[in-house]
Write a protein of this length. Sequence first.
Length: 143
Amino acid sequence: MLTNKHKLPVIVIVLSFVLTSCSFGPPASCGDNIGGTADTTKFDQYFTTMALVNQDGETGSSGDNGMEFTAADILELRADTLSDVDVRACVQNFNGQPIAFDQTSQFTSGASGVSLGSFEQGSYVIRVIVDDTLVKNFPFSIK
């Protein structure tokens, strides 16, 4: 059994290990002003509909953190656009991991979309951004 005199170095070593293995600082972000409530007026200016679907065009099942998909699903963001517009899709992981996807694509008038790829198990949110303005949030999780 360790005496009080011997416990302190062990506690310091364990605490040091825990602190050095943790990552400090804010989670990765899509931008200082990106997040929160989407601008529905700007969304309506460019889009009639927008959906997060898998490669088969199916939406995920409803879950606690938005739509649920599997790790085998290749996700796509699809929209019906009113005019040509550059759309930034930025996917943040709720666990503070690095940005999982961040790409700007041109959506042309009519049906457009972008493949986001597949994701590891976890909870995410897609920030859809037009002209540095958040226009839509799509929370989802991978089971």
